[in-house]
Design a protein around this ligand. Sequence first.
Ligand code: URA
Length: 192
Amino acid sequence: MDTTILEKINSEIRVCRKCPLGDSCTNHVVGEGNSKADLLFVGEAPGKNEDLTGKPFCGKAGRVLDQLLKISGYKREDIYIANILKCRPPKNRNPKLEEIKLCTPYLVGQLEAIQPKIICCLGNFSVSFIMEKFGLSNKIQPIGKIHGKIFIPPKMRLLKIMPLYHPASVTYNPNMFSILKKDFQMLKNIPV
Ligand code: URA
């Protein structure tokens, strides 16, 4: 963990204009939490509430995440929450490939500074980026097949990567909660 480097990266994010989202957003959402976290969540991109407050997962999906965190035994102050994109895409559309390319060096820097032992990927964009980044492209499958499983990157045997459904899925389909609940319960039993 390197707090100075993390602060430097986060300061750069706050003034980023690498893509047009830097101008259209209200706040850049740098990420939040414990800079020494063993467990780090990677979401997709800020939504409306996050854009207004500058804080990750503070809207509807955030309330679901908070419920799930309670089940996992982790507190918000123990973990770090980051996103693939640091700025809200208009009308919450999907991130574009170019935006992901330009923005993810910040996430990679955050990961290098924090050095978490477990990375939980929330939703497809996060799963794809993180699994590709850590040499697990050949293990990528539809989220329905790989959620709640642990993947160990071939070159970083001490790191664990867990794909999860995005908490926002519960807001569209309440039945998703029990699936997410089961996966978050597993976090209790993963040693860090
Ligand atoms: N959804 C995300 O993926 N990230 C946030 O910060 C909020 C909602």
